[in-house]
Design a protein around this ligand. Structure first.
Ligand SMILES: Cc1cc2nc3c(=O)[nH]c(=O)nc-3n(C[C@H](O)[C@H](O)[C@H](O)COP(=O)(O)OP(=O)(O)OC[C@H]3O[C@@H](n4cnc5c(N)ncnc54)[C@H](O)[C@@H]3O)c2cc1C
Length: 411
């Protein structure tokens, strides 16, 4: 490891931007080149479905850091530049115009792309997805008061856009093919809570609704469900998940699964190449041998730190408890951990009052917590997971006790 080596980062998103900062923080003095195919500097994506859509934040306010910061830190940012290939033997990346950028260490931070639907009518106008600032600008322009919005997919992006669109005065229908919302990413009590809240805000939710195709002349006019029902709309949003942008890694022979396989230092099967953020398939230190792909800002930051420590030759910090947040209406959801191996749930608080937490336990050990408008439960749950301490389930479910008082003395 050398603090003078050249580090090239592919992907100027959240993870790429965080890697720049972490490398300098960890004492890396050598050149850093940040290559991104989007125009402009790294920016925050979470507001795209929330404050930005509602007109409460403009694009400039989304930047992770101002242009002056990159100049001060002597970081070369080349935006609007797609990387087409990695030549591992020569240790260089190939840009569109055939020019090459050499590296000593390469960090892949290429993120994920919105999954597309290969159904009839998918090419019609006003069928949109939401992954980047360009998508958000198109969606914002389409979300005019009084219009009808059909959202295919009841995951976080779909539900956040539903909440924003209701605030903007649109008529909103969410189609979810599973029998409940957030089927892959949240517990049943939490999903039921969100379904109730969206319904109370006037969103129509169709469960078990498998999309058949889109209809329209030029622009979308209806979403058609497999059972033949037809939801008339002026705009459709497809929010059916994201796929890792791991094509560069695959093409140059790096080990890939559901994303680029990395170790606890974010290192790929090539010791000179790291992969961080949404594109990586990573070990979850807190959960033993469990591996997964996480799509969250805290994950991008953590792995940026791991890669920077490894490149700068510093000791890597211990693996963090993964966490995530979402905002819809006046609801702030915070999730810590993964419900790996959980065999029971304890609900603390009252969902009907809009403030509660679902703790996921394996025996007496907390594996994950979903906290709704309850930051103290989020903090307590995160600490329980990190420490591995056993908890008393009765106390955990009793709001007369503080959540942290549920901890039993370590065995
Ligand atoms: C609408 C929305 C809302 C979200 N809300 C939340 C939230 O509330 N909480 C939360 O924790 N997370 C949220 N997320 C997830 C979070 O934003 C991502 O996990 C985070 O941005 C991941 O960072 P990344 O750098 O891995 O990927 P990205 O931020 O997607 O950046 C990857 C960059 O690499 C570029 N790229 C890809 N291939 C190439 C190439 N070959 N050459 C050059 N450049 C390339 C891409 O264009 C992109 O700019 C949200 C995401 C979206 C889209």
């Amino acid at each position: 490891m050398s603090t003078e080596s050249t580090v090239v980062i592919v992907g100027a998103g959240h993870a790429g931007g965080a890697a720049c900062a972490q490398l300098r923080e960890q004492g890396h003095r050598g050149p850093i080149v940040l290559l991104g195919d989007e125009p402009g500097l790294p920016y925050h994506r979470p507001p795209l479905s929330k404050a930005f859509l509602k007109g409460e934040a403009d694009q400039d306010s989304l930047l992770l850091r101002p242009a002056s910061w990159y100049e001060e830190q002597d970081i070369t940012v080349r935006s609007g530049r797609k990387v087409y290939a990695i030549e591992r033997d020569a240790r260089q990346v190939v840009l569109a115009e055939g020019s090459r950028v050499p590296y000593d260490y390469l960090i892949l931070a290429t993120g994920a792309s919105a999954r597309r639907l290969a159904v009839r009518g998918a090419q019609l106008d006003n069928i949109l997805s939401l992954r980047d600032a360009g998508d958000a600008a198109r969606l914002k322009a389409a979300l005019q008061p009084g219009r009808r919005l059909a959202i295919v997919g009841g995951g976080y992006i779909g539900l956040e856009v539903a909440a924003s669109a209701r605030a903007l005065g649109l008529d909103v229908t969410v189609l979810e093919r599973e029998e409940r919302l957030l089927a892959r990413v949240a517990s049943a009590p939490l999903a039921a809570f969100f379904a109730q809240r969206h319904a109370s805000h006037g969103v129509t939710i169709l469960r078990g609704a498998r999309l058949s195709h889109f209809e329209g002349e030029g622009a979308v006019e209806a979403v058609v469900v497999e059972d033949g029902s037809r939801i008339a709309c002026d705009v459709a949003l497809v929010g059916v998940g994201a796929q890792p942008r791991d094509e560069l890694a695959r093409a140059c022979g790096l080990e890939c699964g559901n994303g680029v396989v990395v170790d606890e230092h974010a290192r790929t099967s090539d010791p000179r190449i790291f992969a961080i953020g949404d594109v990586s398939w990573r070990p979850m230190g807190v959960y033993g041998s469990h591996q997964c792909r996480l799509e969250s800002v805290p994950n991008a930051n953590e792995q940026a730190r791991q890669a920077a420590c490894a490149i700068a030759g510093n000791t890597c910090p211990a693996c963090e408890v993964p966490w995530f947040w979402s905002e819809q209406y006046d609801i702030r959801l915070q999730i810590a951990g993964l419900p790996c191996g959980a065999d029971r749930q304890v609900v603390r608080g009252m969902p009907e009052l809009g403030k509660f937490a679902v703790y996921h336990l394996n025996g007496e050990q907390v594996m994950a917590v979903e906290a709704v408008n309850s930051p103290l439960d989020f903090i307590a749950g995160k600490q329980f997971i990190a420490s591995g301490v056993a908890v008393c389930r009765t106390k955990l479910g009793d709001t007369a006790c503080k959540a942290k008082e549920a901890a039993l003395a370590p065995a």
